[in-house]
Design a protein around this ligand. Structure first.
Ligand SMILES: *Cc1c(COP(=O)(O)O)cnc(C)c1O
Length: 381
């Protein structure tokens, strides 16, 4: 597949070559661990053992590299498995990392409770301010980590500006592109060295698979990550790879609808008397609106808002919603609602990343916008 093709075409065709044996237009699920060799070392298709490589996973990995505009894609058992592999590839004892002040709770936990024990320290910075990132860098900084839009506060970081900071510091810029997806935002084109995904979210898109990915901008780092992927072993299985590959084919149409519905929901919430603040980068009053408009194709499907009456009122809204299913995760075709303080972000309570207690987070699905808005109106009472 040529890199010249448009995103929609790559999403459907990259990595999806017809099966050479049968002509099947969808890559088969190669549910297999090992491969017959024609004599010792005589590999037929380059495959020897499915931790090292599996044809269904290869199809997904080629697709991921193409749609993110990178040189190498790698698929993992979860987003956090991908992050773990990345950090243990890029860091060594004594290294320093800059992390955002509103990172995904699990990402923060990985830094604070796991990686730090291996002699790596971190600084928390407001990455929406490139000067704050520059101030947090020191001569041991190896990684600058950015999540944009961020989870759950929908903060926006100027990827190109922070890429400049990283280049000057001699650090790698890592962008968690889970909330935007590559359809809405292309971090590598803006200067990122590595893109991270929880494939569990928009890429899979149907709340039926857990997976993760790394996409490296350059082939050499890609090779190093591939070595660690095999050495550490948290690879995506064949069926999970197949599900994500299937999900990606409809990513552009899903993201368009997610974004349209979220814009309508955000607008409804701004007019609601019980809502004190709406966090959505598509709103002109959002502090990151201009940068989001510059680096994203649309503003995505995630909306957070604060409710009058504090924590209990926010929890009530979550409990009263009917069409919005109360649950963690995001990015599926069905709408979800949750209370970050008690659910997804309970692990950052008491840290610099603590989220407001009156916050509600929505993953706006692709149902009818009118039905979604009616449900929120009844849930707000
Ligand atoms: C869910 C999520 C992750 C972690 O991915 P898992 O697949 O749950 O391991 C990382 N970053 C963001 C932004 C996420 O939403």
């Amino acid at each position: 597949m040529s890199d010249q093709h448009s995103f929609e075409t790559l999403a459907i065709h990259a990595g999806n070559t017809a099966d050479p044996l049968t002509g099947a237009v969808v890559p088969p699920i190669y549910q297999v661990s090992t491969y017959k060799q024609d004599g010792v070392g005589g590999l037929r298709g380059g495959y020897e053992y499915s931790r090292s490589a599996n044809p269904t996973r290869t199809a997904l990995e080629e697709n991921l590299a193409a749609i993110e505009g990178g040189r190498r894609g790698l698929a993992f058992a979860s987003g956090l498995a991908a992050e773990d592999c990345l950090l243990r590839t890029l860091l060594h004892p004594g290294a320093h990392v800059v992390i955002p002040n509103d990172a995904y709770g699990g990402t923060f936990r990985l830094f604070a409770k796991v990686v730090q024990r291996w002699g790596v320290d971190y600084s928390v910075a407001d990455t929406s301010d490139p000067a704050a990132v520059r101030a947090a860098v020191n001569d041991r900084t190896k990684v600058i980590w950015v999540e944009t839009p961020s989870n759950p506060l929908l903060g926006i970081t100027d990827i190109a500006a922070v890429a400049d900071v990283a280049r000057t510091a001699g650090a790698r810029l890592v962008v968690d592109n889970t909330f935007a997806s590559p359809y809405l935002q292309q971090p590598i084109a803006l200067g990122a060295d590595v893109v991270v995904h929880s494939l569990t979210k928009y890429m899979g898109g149907h709340s039926d698979v857990v997976g993760g990915a790394l996409i490296a901008a350059d082939a050499e780092l890609g090779e190093e990550l591939a070595y660690h992927q095999n050495a550490m072993g948290a690879v995506a299985g064949p069926f999970d790879s197949w599900l994500v590959l299937r999900g990606i084919k409809t990513l552009p149409v899903r993201m368009d609808r997610h974004s349209e519905n979220a814009a309508k929901v955000a607008e409804l919430l701004t007019r609601h008397p019980k809502v004190t603040q709406v966090l959505y980068p598509g709103l002109p009053e959002h502090p990151g609106h201009e940068i989001a408009a510059k680096q994203m194709k649309a503003f995505g499907g995630m909306v957070s808002f604060r409710v009058q009456g504090g924590e209990e009122a926010a929890v009530e809204v979550c409990n009263r919603a009917k069409l919005f299913t109360l649950g963690e995760s995001l990015g599926g075709v069905e709408s979800l609602v949750e209370h970050p303080g008690r659910m997804t972000h309970a692990s950052v309570a008491g840290s610099a990343l603590e989220v407001p207690a009156d916050l509600v987070r929505l993953s706006v699905g692709i149902e009818s916008a009118d039905d979604l808005m009616a449900d929120l109106t009844q849930a707000l009472g």
